[in-house]
Design a protein around this ligand. Sequence first.
Ligand SMILES: C[S@@+](CC[C@H](N)C(=O)[O-])C[C@H]1O[C@@H](n2cnc3c(N)ncnc32)[C@H](O)[C@@H]1O
Length: 245
Amino acid sequence: MTSFGPVAPYYDELMKQVPYRMWVGYYMLLLSQQDVHPKRILDVCCGTGTMCEMLDREGMSMSGLDLAPGMIDVARQKARKKKFDIRYEVMDACSFEMNDTYDAAFSFFDSLNNILEPAGLEMAFERVYAHLRPGGSWIFDLNTAYAFEAQLFDQQDLRQNVKLRYKWQGEWDPEQRIITVNMKFWMGGEEFDEIHRQRAHDVEEVYAMLERVGFTKIRAYHSYTLNPPRYRSDRIHFTAIRPPE
Ligand SMILES: C[S@@+](CC[C@H](N)C(=O)[O-])C[C@H]1O[C@@H](n2cnc3c(N)ncnc32)[C@H](O)[C@@H]1O
């Protein structure tokens, strides 16, 4: 795997400026819009478990899954050290089986863009649906084609005084709707590379997939607002409900 491998031990350092606390607040707001008040939540593509920990502190019972063993290793180490009782598993969002059910599931920070085949994304929706109790909530975000066209991934921090330096360069293929991002990192004396690929799944296609799987009350928002997506939305949050029986 060339993504979320070598970077895993440094992921939290890289995310230091990321407003996780605001995301948790926004997640709770979207849940309240759905009138769902979960106790048991599944984080699909949980990474190093930062959102799981924050929601655990809010009183939720949390589980998380992620494809990258290195990310789950970090999540487990953090949980052990901070005494969180969170279940973490290395599993693929497209085929996972937790043998459990949840009141809600979510996937944040464009994790599902990493699934490059539309059929794979629909399988992930099916797996989530199968793990939700009737009436359960599914909330996730996706980067849009606009974000990739606007070169969102062309980023760098090469200041000498930062712990982790990086330079990323994206190549957008509008026909495939896939961006390939070449990432270079420097940490102390060490240098490593990752290649990340993301697909800009079409909003209409996403709606159709969610409906085919059986979800209802599907809504899309310009991220971190309750407004509908607009032409220049670089990220969209989707909410859906597994219908009550
Ligand atoms: C940008 S990180 C976000 C992690 C976490 N949600 C956060 O907000 O910090 C994307 C994560 O998606 C995971 N991922 C990518 N494809 C996946 C798949 N098919 N199944 C499960 N996890 C996947 C990666 O391993 C990575 O940890």
